[in-house]
Ligand binder design. Sequence first.
Ligand SMILES: Cc1ncc(COP(=O)(O)O)c(C=O)c1O
Length: 389
Amino acid sequence: MIDISKIPSPCFVLEERLLRRNLEILDSVQKRTGAHIICALKGFSMFSTFPLVRQYLHGCTSSSLYEARLAFEEFGQEVHAYAPAYTEKEFDEIMMYVNHISFNSLSQYERFKDKLAQNKAKTGKKISAGLRINPEYSEVETDLYNPCVAGSRFGLTFDKIGENLPEGIEGLHFHTLCEQGSDTLERTLIHVEEKFGHLLHQAKWLNMGGGHHITRKNYDIELLVKLLNRIKEKYNVQIILEPGEAVGWQTGYLVGSVQDIIDSRGIDVAILDVSFTAHMPDCLEMPYKPKIWNSENATINSKNEGKHVYRFGGSTCLAGDFIGMGDYAFENELKINDKIVFDDMIHYTMVKTSTFNGVPHPSIGIWKESNEFELVREIGYEMFKNKLS
Ligand SMILES: Cc1ncc(COP(=O)(O)O)c(C=O)c1O
């Protein structure tokens, strides 16, 4: 069990045993279906854990040159890529790292297909090319995360491809889920098969993207296994899943601490050494209210009798750097330097941080399975300065 008193503040800390638990669940799906599960770096890219992740997953997927390079350098094995558009400037280097690449449009494929052939002739390495398809069906309710909204820039609709896969295309890729269950996948596959079934018979692989919440409690793994086996057998394709969130789901925390407590017209505001906008931007973007250890929800309607209610304010001077969706109630009064533990902050949150306002970036650490804390990285002034001019 993690001992928070041993964690410096501020710090992102991952619990190794929780990551292994997720990886074992993902691996059980691989073993029962033959699917390859790869880690989407955009959601989970804590590469100090890759020696562990590599024991279970087949590789990584990247959405840019830098992620592809990170996958190649730190993970190895399969490196996949998908980006809304590749640039001429980057493409040669991307080819050094990847072995699967998905294109968002036919024009992008046309632009780079000769390079793929030249690269094969020069290096002997074959990069398997695919197309992202858009089945025009998604149950994601927040438009910000819905790749199938009208006017979406993601993927080819069925009318754009026709009866046959373009020469040289070996795979299809769709990504339409976000934190969803296998029941959503089942309904999505109806649309994928209806619109693209004829092309699936011609493909070697089908990448079903991310958004599969496989490691969440109550996720229906049996249904997922049934669906994957059915598709694999019907179309004779290698199935690939590329979750990010399901890898890092509930594997760790952002630990901050109270630096001041002020009264703002009757509201107790605790100011922290972490920031919502700089260190937990999803809380403001989505928006959502993160769980804080040892606290309960305090809203206008909740009573929280006998409890101490606080609003948490971040360390930047952005007026909205606080969780606007209600406050938190604690059994005991908070004191300066008390640790505040934000739950489930390892996927996306950690990847999306910034140094806005020059606020110090949280350190990064691992609570090992041996019950020791390993401080992996302290991030100082240099990182802040180096991205400015
Ligand atoms: C193309 C693609 N693949 C995979 C993922 C990972 O999704 P998740 O982290 O929700 O599993 C995303 C997320 O946006 C994506 O856009």
